[in-house]
Each structure stands twice: as C-alpha cells, then as structure tokens.
Design a protein around this ligand. Sequence first.
Ligand SMILES: Cc1ncc(COP(=O)(O)O)c(C=O)c1O
Length: 426
Amino acid sequence: MSSVIEGNAAHLELADRYLPGASLGMFQLPHESRFVIARGKGSRVWDSDGKEYIDFVMGSGPMVLGHAPDSVVEAVQNQVALGSTFYGLNEPVVRLAHEICEASPCGEMARFTCSGTDATFSAIRLARAYTGRERVLKFDGGWHGGHDYAQQDMADDGQTSRPLSDGIPKGATDTVLVSPFNDAAAATDLIGRYATELAAVIVEPLQRAIKPEPGFLEALREVTDKHGIVLIFDEVVTGFRLAWGGAQEHYGVTADVAVYGKTISGGYPLAAVCGKKEVIDCADPGRKGKGPYVFISGTFNGNPISATAGLATIDALHQPGVYERLFEVTDRLATGFDKAAAERGIPFQIIGDGPVLQPFFFTDPIRNHADSQRGDRTRITQFGDSMIEQGIFINPSGKIYLSLAHTDEDIDRAIDVAGNAFDQMN
Ligand SMILES: Cc1ncc(COP(=O)(O)O)c(C=O)c1O
C-alpha cells in the first residue's frame, strides 16, 4: 500500500474503478451530490470530507435507534471479546429466538439467516415443502429482496410475473403469480383459481409505504386459510417498528409465517423466519429423508455478534413510550413537509405508517404500485439532490426512515431545508 486515500473525491475515484455503478447495489446517489460515508452517530452521518448530514436513510431501516447507539456498541464490544462466530448454538441467538417468538403473534419457532433476502427465500422454500406445492403469489411492487422468486413484478396479463433482473431462469418466473396490492377481490379470485398449486402468499403488510386498506389483509387471511396456503408476512421493515408485535399487531391480522430483518439485526447481518411450529420445524435437520425437510443453514446464520446487537436493539424498543415517540416524530416531519409544499403550491403528498414515509410529487391517491409510478419522477430526484446538498441525507427515490435518535430540532431543520428544495422547483 503506497498512497493514503482521503476525502470523497479519492474514494469515489476508486469506487468508480472497482465497484459496479460505484455502488453496493441498487442505491445510487445522484452524481452531483454523491459522497462516501466515513462514520455515523445518532441521527448523523459524516462524509469523507467531514461534511455532516442529518440521516433519513438510516442504513435502509436497521438503525431504528440511530447510528452506533451506546447500548448496542457496548454489548457488541463485550461479545466481540467472547468470540465472533461458533457455528454451533450460542447464548445470544437462543435468547433472541425466544424474544422474537414471544413478540410475534404467529411466532412459535424461528430459524435465523443473514439477510432479509435469505429469509424470504427460506420462508417460501418452507411453504413449498410444507404444502407440497410450487407456486407463490406476491404483490406488484412488493419488495422481498434479491432472490429469483422475489425479483418479479406483474406481467401485462395482470396475474403472471416478469423478472426484474436478467439471469433469472424462466422456471423460477413461471412459479410466481402477481396481483395488485390492496385489491382484495383480484387477489381472492387469483388465489382461488390456483388454490391447489399455491404454496404461499407473501405480502409486505405495509407495501413500501402504502398502507393496507381495511379488509385487504383480512381477505388474504381468509382465502389462504380456506385453501391451506401459507400466509407469509414480510415484516423485514414493519417488524418491531410499527409496534412491538409488528404489522401483525398493528393491523390486527396474524400470518402463518413472519419474516424479520433490519430492526432485529441491530445494524449487523441478521434476519429470521418465524412462525407456526408445523411450518418452521421443517427446517429441523433431523427430518432429512423422513418428511418435509428444508435446508436452511449458513456459516454466519445466527452469529452471536449480530444476535447481541439485535437483543440490545429490541431491548431498547421494549421501553415505555418508544412507539409513541416514533409515531410523533414521523408525524412532525410529514405535517411539516405537507405544509411547506402547500404554502408553495407544490403538488405533494407523503405517505406511510409509523416511522416509514415516502414523498411523492402528485396528489392522486396511492393504493398500489401502479399508482405510485405515476406523476413527475424528475421532481423527486431534484428534491433528493437539493436535500442532500443542504445536508439532509435522504434516498431520492425511496423511503424516509425515522429513528429514536431524531430530535424535534432535526425534524424542524429537515422541514426548513425541504422548503428551500420546494422553492427551487418553482
Ligand atoms: C420488506 C423487505 N423484505 C425483504 C428485504 C430484503 O432484505 P435484505 O436487503 O436484508 O436482503 C427488504 C430490503 O429492503 C425489504 O424491505
């Protein structure tokens, strides 16, 4: 190693050369406002040039307590000294399984993975093994990660799927049906027609930031019960975030299997498939060759460092007043953005539930993915660009995540800055 690499420009030059799209995946900042993160604490991140940002990306959701919260850092530091991974059972992960199963309305057993993608993939494989059926139904625009059955959206016929990535075998695509979110009649009809072939219905109960309409999740529960189909709630975002019992508690509908990630990870790689014993127990290696058996295993699955971080995080989320605060801080931001846009005559809405929001520059109601794709997309990029330049780190085309680290002053600053961004649009 020869030269010292310092500052945004030097790091970005290397990223351009060595990382496809100078990115880690689908998240890319506009070229003019991109930066490299050097560190984070609480509601703030600092880039390699030392510029400070109030962060509303929050690691895409895991940092619900803010960055590097003292309680998590201390717990992880203690665990690091005790060993980082063992492959065999470890104490923190057994305790985390207990906590998650007790909190989750459908939770009887859990199997850990390293990412939300691994976990939704595993949930689908479990449902297939348990039912002996192959098809799964997802909802248009519903996000379940990167695997072949998740990277699918609605084809033009309004019921089959089309891959969102090249490199996905046609056989995988052929097993996925897709229905519009919030259309109970369409979903019930499609599920009914394929009932004997469907292993699972997988849904984000809060799809991106779109709330389920009253009766939608209930209809899915009823029709899947009727046909013996496994109902999977993807609670990677909503779990422990909308309420201690996640979306199942918040919306009052209990799934067969719930998938957790982000919040239960404490910011370290960890996710879990949790649910009814009769389904999750198919992952017992002792069942191999004897009946429905599903392989779900990995070197780092359930590693004690991530589990320790997860335990420290959900412990903080279990304190009185936490969810009230998360909703209060979100409401302050949403109301402030709405008011700032209205004062300037900008067509604008900000949707979401709990500490998850998403802004749109049109006012037609958003009930499903197709609705969310309407409107002038250039404005959202302009808005994101302007916010980032003014020191507010947001995902220009995605969600705003609030945390317990955000203060009222942070929110008021973001509202002022949004006002400036709206001014630039006039
Ligand atoms: C609802 C939902 N499910 C699954 C995933 C995939 O999780 P991961 O990125 O950890 O693979 C995500 C990621 O954003 C998500 O939002």
